[in-house]
Design a protein. Structure first.
Length: 231
């Protein structure tokens, strides 16, 4: 089905993993995928550094995915550490997209732990978040958990996922912020190591969406803002 949604060729580079980039590239997170997996699911790390709990992310993902009718594209799906069971149970067409091939491999393995074989309606796609291969207005819902803070040009990322979203379609985004003083200090450390882009407050991030004339709802836990909206 994915071939009917895209405007540029996609090719299968591994069983059940497709790519829309011109060649197999090494994403920043390829060599750090396992470390990232350890941190993102660690209770103490999230509580101390961000003022959140892994369960907060799972709860949000479960809530929003249960409301998504039709196709879903998850931009920056990572290794599905918090979403694999949700996608394994979801019956509608789903594209799990990430630039990191290693993350996609981890996600595929994790999904197979829930099912004896990959669901036919789930597609793994290596893709650039700033050049998604989908036609304008091709998908019903877009989700992106914990990706926005990794980009300096956040507006370009927002415009790109809104481009592929149908009019009236829903989007659900989470992003780390610099709302907490402890988090701000940690963000400066991450920035020195090229692990965090331009830092913004939750108010500033919300303003980026309002500037696109979107209807949104939002809430904040610690240094994480949760945003849902309609195009």
């Amino acid at each position: 089905m994915i071939k009917y949604l895209v405007h540029s060729p996609v090719r299968e580079i591994e069983p059940n993993i497709y790519s829309s980039v011109e060649y197999s590239i090494k994403a920043t997170y390829d060599r750090k995928a396992r470390l990232y997996e350890l941190l993102v699911g660690n209770f103490l790390y999230n509580k101390i550094m961000w003022g959140t709990r892994p369960g907060d992310y799972v709860h949000y993902a479960k809530e929003v995915l249960s409301t998504c009718q039709g196709s879903v594209v998850d931009i920056g799906c990572g290794g599905l550490i918090q979403t694999s069971s949700l996608y394994a149970a979801r019956p509608a067409f789903t594209v799990l997209a990430d630039l990191s091939l290693e993350m996609l491999r981890i996600g595929k393995h994790r999904l197979l732990q829930h099912r004896s074989r990959l669901p036919h309606h789930v597609t793994f796609l290596q893709a650039d978040a700033f050049g998604l291969p989908f036609h304008d207005g091709a998908v019903d819902n877009v989700v992106s958990f914990g990706m926005l803070h990794l980009f300096d040009n956040k507006t370009a990322f927002i415009k790109e996922f809104l481009r592929i979203l149908k009019k009236g379609g829903s989007f659900h985004i989470t992003s780390l912020t610099n709302d907490r003083s402890f988090s701000r200090a940690y963000i400066r450390f991450l920035q020195r190591n090229n692990e965090f882009a331009t830092a913004m407050s939750s108010t500033e991030i919300i303003g980026l969406f309002l500037a696109q004339d979107c209807r949104i709802q939002h809430y904040t836990i610690g240094s994480m803002v949760f945003i849902s909206g309609i195009k």
